[in-house]
Design a protein around this ligand. Structure first.
Ligand code: ADP
Ligand code: ASP
Ligand code: MG
Length: 410
């Protein structure tokens, strides 16, 4: 019997009616002769509500207690779904992350999965049960409960699919697949029939919230057959797979974007061999994730370094730099918030020079100033004013013809 992993996100389990709907979809898969492992998220926006409760008590609650709190959200859903299935006459059992054997590294709030001990799940499946696993959570060697980062239930599902050698992993969500860009922002966005692991990884890392980036990493590393599809509609979704032919010679497959970006510029640093390493070691030691980096020299002895961070990290960044002023010896620090990152992604870019130039041209002709740039083989990212983010995405979507209805040859 084939094992199929099905994951249902927050909106898809957001009410009793929706949990009934999920139960019916699971029953349909069982009725087709499969063994099913279901992974669910917390109901609706309940994770946000839990975060809000904690914030009413403390500005900076401990990460351990936040994990303890947030993992309860998924536990509500697993038990309710199990009750729904049992009441329809099906043998279902719910498991928390640790009962499912999900071991993570000892980091609260954003842990990586280290190993999955599948013995318990396999035994329950062999007893004919539908196994329902709480997404987004695991346990450390020291029996501490951890979470995998916001949106991490996708990763639970794909990691389980890899460990159980499942035939496929379906990610059921509130859109019908992966689109050329977020359909909530751009109405011309079009569903992709398929997208490669590498493209999806870039899109997810660059802000396309439809899949958790680590889920895509797992899928790529273990060749998991992954599909993103709707929990409400019965249409085919988007397959994420190894190689996808370039659709109608389009070089750009999708556009991702991210708000709340801040640019920090450290002005007047003495220009030495160790300048870059000292500054970024200081930031890394303070747990600050730096994204785009630009160095510019005013003269041979003095250099300026700009980098982008999440706006929520600004206070800590400024503090870390100030505390190390005696080592870094900079003249001043400037920063600009209210920025966003807009990125175009596509494997076709490798063999097509000039894509970045076209992107800059489109932005310029729409009066959108590019404040920072970074590129890789299959993406170009630009930092622009957040107020112009949607305009930029719209213009690029049109210019790269992403909305045109063309069939993919796959
Ligand atoms: P779930 O709760 O099911 O995990 P998410 O909210 O995490 O759902 O992900 C689905 C959402 O991702 C969609 O509602 C959509 O707004 C957003 N999204 C962002 N980029 C894309 C994209 N390229 N294609 C489809 N959806 C996207
Ligand atoms: N409930 C968690 C969140 O809201 C995990 C998830 O939905 O994947 O981030
Ligand atoms: Mg999600």
């Amino acid at each position: 019997m084939a094992i199929i992993v099905q994951k249902f996100g927050g909106t898809s389990v957001g009410s009793i009616e929706r949990i009934q709907n999920v139960a019916n979809r699971v029953i349909e898969t069982i009725s087709n002769g499969n063994q099913v492992v279901v992974v669910v998220s917390a109901m609706g926006k309940s994770t946000d509500e839990l975060v809000n409760l904690a914030n009413q008590l403390s500005k900076n609650p401990s990460k351990r207690e936040m994990d303890m709190l947030l993992t309860t959200g998924e536990q509500v859903t697993i038990s309710l779904l199990s009750i729904a299935l049992q009441s329809k006459g099906f043998d279902a059992v719910s498991l928390t992350g640790w009962q499912a054997g999900i071991e993570t590294e000892p980091i609260h709030g954003n842990a990586r999965i280290k190993a999955i001990e599948t013995e318990n799940i396999s035994r329950l499946l062999n007893e004919g049960k539908i196994v329902i696993v709480a997404g987004f959570q695991g346990i450390t060697e020291d029996r501490e409960i951890t979470t995998l980062g916001r949106g991490g239930s996708d990763t639970t599902a794909v990691a389980l699919a890899a460990a159980l050698k499942a035939e496929k992993c379906d990610i059921f969500t509130d859109v019908t697949g992966v689109y050329t860009t977020d359909p909530r922002y751009v109405k011309e966005a079009r569903k992709l029939h398929s997208v490669s692991y590498d493209e999806m990884l870039e899109l997810a890392n660059l802000g396309a919230g439809v899949l958790h980036p680590r889920a895509v990493e797992f899928a790529k590393n273990y060749s998991v057959a992954l599909e993103v599809r709707s929990s409400m509609e019965f249409e085919a979704g988007t397959r994420i797979e190894e190689e996808v032919s370039v659709e109608n010679n389009l070089v750009v497959r999708g556009i991702a974007f991210e708000k709340e970006v801040t640019r920090v510029t450290v002005v007047g640093l003495p220009n030495g061999l160790n300048t870059l390493s000292t500054i970024f070691t200081t930031l890394a030691k303070n747990g600050i994730n730096v994204d785009i980096i630009i160095q510019s020299m005013t003269n041979q002895d003095v250099t300026n370094i700009s980098f982008s961070i999440k706006s929520s990290d600004l206070e800590e960044t400024l503090m870390a730099l100030d505390l190390n002023q005696s080592v870094l010896n900079f003249q001043s620090i400037e920063h600009e918030s209210g920025l966003a990152k807009v990125s175009i992604v596509g494997s076709g870019m490798i063999s097509n020079p000039g894509v970045a130039a076209e992107m800059f041209d489109v932005l310029a002709s729409n009066d959108i100033q590019v404040k920072m740039v970074s590129t890789s083989e299959i993406k170009v990212s630009t930092v622009v004013e957040e107020a112009k983010m949607v305009k930029a995405v719209d213009a690029l979507h049109t210019a790269f013809e992403l909305g045109s209805e063309v069939e993919q040859t796959v």
